[in-house]
Ligand binder design. Structure first.
Ligand SMILES: C[S@@+](CC[C@H](N)C(=O)[O-])C[C@H]1O[C@@H](n2cnc3c(N)ncnc32)[C@H](O)[C@@H]1O
Length: 242
């Protein structure tokens, strides 16, 4: 068994804040036809790990935008360490106010709803793509319409897969690839958050919000065990103009 590869995968996954596994990100790049001529814009890029992976796999060039300075600084450090800073740049900016004169082959937004739903996200992303460009959206969804009210209270209303398909078509796009995740990525994500909360508890034993944080951890885990595990999914959706 290639233990080093497993360890490298864990390391890369820890810089992906959403749930698509590394191999599915590479697969999505393959199905989008990424190559060394491709220019990719990733809005709400986190650490820019998706761009880094596509740069290593397909030699793309790209730009990532995120509001969090800590993520961008760490991401740029990793990009520089891997000798990719002539191909990838990450900048701190509010995506809602972001303008760009360049047009991209792919515009992505994964893990954040900043434009009032899927239609708004599609409309925003399409302003950055070339005529034959593609859009990639990462979003959670509900497995069916009969979602328990406890989950809606926690997560808000989400689209079902059918609704994602219908809204994309209304906007003039067809879903041409879906990169979903397995229970393994859910478990990685849920426990990642718990490890972060535990660290906070250890560092702040006398904090006024200590009890609240403990209650949140219970709520977080029980929402996953009792509801999210069965009723919620996550995927990257590639959309192409019809
Ligand atoms: C769930 S994370 C996903 C990160 C990344 N797409 C990934 O898959 O690893 C959502 C990201 O959106 C960023 N974000 C939230 N609101 C933003 C805004 N208004 N402008 C730019 N970035 C924003 C957060 O800082 C965070 O990095």
């Amino acid at each position: 068994m290639d233990y080093n590869n497993i360890i490298k995968n864990c390391e890369e996954s820890s810089y992906l804040i959403s749930m698509t596994p590394v191999e599915k990100i590479v697969e999505a790049g393959y199905y989008m036809g990424l190559n060394n001529q491709s220019k990719v814009l990733d809005l709400c890029c986190g650490y820019g790990e998706m761009l880094k992976i596509w740069c290593e796999a397909f030699s793309i060039s790209g730009k990532g935008v995120d509001i969090c300075t800590e993520f961008i600084n760490k991401g740029n450090e990793r990009i520089s360490q891997n000798g990719l800073n002539n191909k990838i740049s990450l900048v701190v900016e509010n995506v809602k106010e972001y303008h760009d004169n360049e047009k991209y082959d792919v515009a992505c937004l994964s893990g954040e709803d900043l434009f009032g739903g899927l239609k708004g996200t599609i409309r925003f992303l399409e302003s950055f793509i070339k005529e034959d460009g593609k859009i990639l959206i990462g979003t959670p969804y509900f497995h069916n319409k009969e979602t328990p009210k406890e989950l809606i209270k926690f997560q808000g209303e989400l689209n079902t897969l059918e609704e994602i398909y219908d809204i994309s078509k209304e906007c003039g796009y067809l879903i041409t690839h879906i990169a979903g995740c397995t229970q393994n990525e859910w478990e990685r994500y849920v426990t990642w958050s718990a490890r972060r909360d535990l660290k906070w508890l250890k560092n702040n034993p006398n904090h006024i919000d200590y009890q609240k944080k403990q209650e949140w951890i219970d709520y977080w885990y029980k929402m996953y065990f009792n509801y999210r595990k069965d009723y919620e999914g996550w995927a990257l959706f590639v959309l192409e103009k019809i």
